[in-house]
Ligand binder design. Structure first.
Ligand SMILES: Cc1cc2nc3c(=O)[nH]c(=O)nc-3n(C[C@H](O)[C@H](O)[C@H](O)COP(=O)(O)O)c2cc1C
Length: 175
């Protein structure tokens, strides 16, 4: 993990006593604490404010990201060590966190938390959006000259990406 890089993870919490999970970005300034910025209508935020504890699940299986949003019943949990939050059974690693500070900034809440436990089961591959965005931008840059006179949005393959997401959705439902 590099200082101040944003990594995409799944944050798990308890909603009353029911396990809950959602993808979130995290970053660390010092590797002892973690930060999140969560939009105010999020259930994860509500749970974190109430319980003041949450688990960061490091997964690189993109299917778990999908399920945490659209197929929540398919996620299996186990108990954490030090906090009152569930952890995702298929995570490669987990970081257990206790909230130290919450501040509202416009429509987001910035949360700072102390790391109280880390467990690693499998090889970790942290997900960072920058690499794929750079790759997408490079692909776009090489394609622009094939579409003279077209607007940049038209060449960005947006409809193709949406189609891909729809196909993935159907595929996962049939697995
Ligand atoms: C990879 C990924 C990263 C995300 N990061 C954040 C984030 O940092 N903050 C946020 O508020 N929402 C983020 N979201 C959106 C939330 O996951 C989404 O709004 C979700 O429905 C919130 O669920 P909840 O209401 O159960 O907490 C992210 C989504 C994805 C797919």
């Amino acid at each position: 993990m590099k200082n101040n890089w944003i990594y995409e993870v799944i944050v798990s919490t308890f909603h009353v006593r029911v396990p809950h999970a959602a993808p979130m970005g995290i970053w660390s300034e010092d590797l002892d604490t973690l930060n999140l910025a969560i939009f105010r209508d999020s259930k994860t935020l509500e749970n974190i404010i109430k319980k003041e504890e949450f688990a960061v699940n490091i997964v690189d299986d993109i299917k778990i990201f999908y399920e945490s949003l659209f197929n929540k019943g398919n996620i299996a949990y186990t108990p954490s060590n030090q906090i009152n939050a569930p952890i995702i059974r298929d995570a490669s690693a987990i970081i257990e966190c206790k909230v130290t500070h919450i501040a509202q900034k416009e429509n987001r809440f910035h949360i700072k938390a102390e790391i109280v436990d880390i467990r690693i089961w499998n090889k970790i591959r942290l997900v960072n959006r920058a690499k794929s965005l750079v790759l997408e931008s490079l692909i776009l840059a090489t394609r622009l000259h094939h579409f003279p006179g077209r607007r940049i949005e038209e060449t960005s393959g947006l409809s193709q990406k949406l189609h891909l997401i729809q196909c993935t959705n159907i595929l996962w439902r049939t697995l």
